[in-house]
Structure formats: C-alpha cells, structure tokens
Design a protein around this ligand. Sequence first.
Ligand code: ATP
Ligand code: MG
Ligand code: MG
Ligand code: MG
Length: 462
Amino acid sequence: MKTLRIVELIKSDAVDCDVTVKGWVRTKRGNKNVAFIALNDGSCVASIQVVVELAKFDDETMRQIATGACIRVDGRLVKSPGEGQGVEVQASSIEIYGTADPATYPLQKKGHSLEFLRDIAYLRPRTNTFGAVLRIRHAMAFAIHKFFNDRGFYYWNSPLITASDCEGAGAMFQVTTLDLNNPPRTEDGRIDYSQDFFGKPCNLTVSGQLEGELGALSLGRIYTFGPTFRAENSNTPRHLSEFWMIEPEMAFYELEDNMELAEEFLKYLIGYALENCREDLEFMCKMWDKELIERLEFVLHNDFKRLDYTEGIEILKVSGRKFEFPCDWGCDLQSEHERYLVEEHFKRPVILVNYPKEIKAFYMKQNDDGRTVRAMDVLFPKIGEIIGGSEREADYGKLCARIKELNMNERELWWYLDTRRWGSAPHSGFGLGFERLLLFVTGMGNIRDVIPFPRTPQHAEF
Ligand code: ATP
Ligand code: MG
Ligand code: MG
Ligand code: MG
C-alpha cells in the first residue's frame, strides 16, 4: 500500500483503491455508529476526512484518537458523499503512533490568537496558519536560490563569527569563551581578550556584505543567504534579533543596475508565490488579509517609483501630515515616513536613492555633491524598508578618507581595504530581509509570525 501525502491524495482521481495516510488528528466528531476524523499531515491546509465505523474498532482505540494524536490509517479512498469534499478514506485499520491528552494539549479545535500561539511557538506549525506561512517560507527560499542560479550568481557563505565591528548596522552579540564573571585582565585592568578563544573580541555577524564584496570581486556575482544577528532593543513588528538576509553583490554593477536587479528580484519572488503557493495564499487571504492577493498582483504588475531622497523629504515636508517623528533633510526615515510615500503619495513601491552620507555606512560610493551617497532603499506597502543597498566606494583613497573622517579603526579593516588596493572594480549590492519579504508575501502583521523560532529581547527559549 502506497503512503501518499494528503496534498497528493486530495487531488488524486484514483478513487476506489487502498491507501495509507499518516498525520495528526485535527478534529473528531460523529454519532454512535461512525466517527469522522479530520487528519492533517502538514502538506497542505486541507485535512482529509477519515470515516470510521465504530463497530469495527475497540473503544480504547477510539478514545485515544483525539485532537493532536498522531495516527496511521489504512483504508479505502472513495469519493466523498459530503458536499465540498472530494475524497475520503474509509478506515479498515488504525495504528496510534502518539496520543495527546485533550486535557493538556494546548491546540484545541477553536482558533487561537497569534499572541497565544507565540507562547507555544514550538507547536504552532501544527496550525493551518503556520503551516501555510512556513510552506510559503520554504517556497520563497527555493525561489531565491533559483532566481540567482538562473542568472549566473554563485551562492556564497560569509562567516557568522567575525572579529570586526565595522559595519555599524546594529549592536552586536559578543561571542566569547571567557568567564566574564571572572575574566583575565591586562596590566591596565581591561579584559584580556588575547586569552579568548579567537585571541580577540568576536561577534556574531550583523551582515555578510563586507565579506560578500570579496566574493563579487573574485567570482563576479554572488549572493549570500544566511542568518544575521542584531542585538537591537527595538520591539517592533519588523525587527528580530536573529533574521535571515539575502545579500547579492555584483562586480561591474552601478546603482541603476542594482535598482533594476532589486525590482526584478522582488517581482520574481512575488510572481513565484502567486504561481506556486496559491492555496496557502488564498487561505491567508481569507483568514488574515483580504487584500493580500490583490496587493501582490499590483506590485507584480507595476513599476516601482524611483526617487531622490531629497525629493522624498520635500514631499514629506509639504504633506501636511503630523508624523510622530518630524523629518527634515538629513534625517533617517522612520517607517511612518516610508509608508506615507508608498501607501499614500505614490501608491506603489518606491526606490529612494542618494541619501545623506551621514546616515549611511562608510562603504557607500560618494556622490560628487560631497554630501550624498549612492544608497538605495526599496520601500514597500505595509512594510517600509524591505531592501537596503548601494553602489560601493571602489576608490581606495576616498574610502580611506571616509574611514578617517568617521574615526573608524582602519587597522581592523585592512583586509577590506586590500580589495581596493589590488584590482578594485565598480560594484554594487543590497540586502533583503527574508522575514520582511515574508511579511509582505504572507500578509502577516508581525515578524515574529513568519519564522519558526523568533528571537527577540527576553525571548530565546524555543
Ligand atoms: P531598519 O531601518 O528597518 O532598522 P536597517 O536599515 O537597519 O533596517 P539594513 O542594515 O539596511 O537594515 O539591512 C538590510 C535589510 O535587512 C533591511 O532592509 C531589512 O529588510 C532587513 N532587516 C534589518 N534589520 C532587521 C531586523 N532586525 N529584523 C529583520 N529584518 C531586518
Ligand atoms: Mg536598523
Ligand atoms: Mg533603515
Ligand atoms: Mg537599511
């Protein structure tokens, strides 16, 4: 007998054959003669109906088949007489793999709030919502690799443990094997990191970009896709302490090429989801966000608006809108500003370019005006910033001067500067936050709900 996943079974025309199904009981109902079990195996939103004639099974087995239990059913696949159900399984034998005591099992058949489910994050993948979100997450990860592979990019792995804190993208998590309650000290009383595991202070990476640039300046086009860590104490619905980032980096790309790639990439991923995750998207649409599919279609089929930061600020200043944080030229945009530009002013995604150099990182290519850099942020409805990127400063002299200006430690960046000393080339890249993409594609409102195990301040247990 063939074991099929439920997603395959419910689409099968091969009725009147013997099948085996395995999965978790969602509900059990019935009367004194028959029980109807909804069985789900995580392969799709739908559960398959298992019909059990009680006369054929003992009471103890039937008692153990409760919400949450994992069972195997052998039986016959038949056309279901019930309305709206394609097929069902008439059970001939049932094996119980694992019971679940209804008195303690936290997932009951009534729906639960997202807040409640966050407290049992290790169990929530068994719900329809998280099943859908996590299948979409998988599909997007696959599509990311496919997009780049099809375009001649190489998958590149930047290190997760780094000895430099130069990016300035966010506070870092320190990695140490020293006993910090009683650390070795130097003569002048500072912690003696020469005795630490790596011989110097180390951190978890906040971005794979700087090392990714080395990849671009040797393999031509690369992309990273890995976890990044930021100890930012920002309890927002868009920030995690551990999130995944996709960072393509391309030699011989200028800012315009970078923008084009970013737009093509985002549209590809949205198109891929619409084509390959239809049922899960329809479920999300029905449950959480009525306009989801419409919004995805809109972004897929409309050009992104490209705009200078300076023009963006002018629009915000004359908007007449009372923002929580007032903004003027030189300020870093908050998500309320970004969303105003996207959702109310242009009514489409925006790529904002040429930011003031003071609010952007040292490595961005400087414009001739002396005050802006060739940075780009892609701003999305509901999300705000989804991508941050730039053309990189390729000129050794200008890069050194900027590092001095910012009082950064040039010695720590020796390896990075060497890429500009020998065979430097124009190049560009960007970072897409994977979970921000998923917020947009799934329609969920909180970034904690698009990753299996969210890491946020005070929360790292499961
Ligand atoms: P923000 O302004 O929203 O804090 P950022 O400018 O600090 O983002 P970048 O350093 O530009 O972020 O990182 C590139 C991308 O990574 C961002 O555009 C965003 O999609 C994502 N990202 C940044 N920080 C986080 C975070 N804490 N959690 C999830 N995604 C993040
Ligand atoms: Mg940030
Ligand atoms: Mg930002
Ligand atoms: Mg940014």
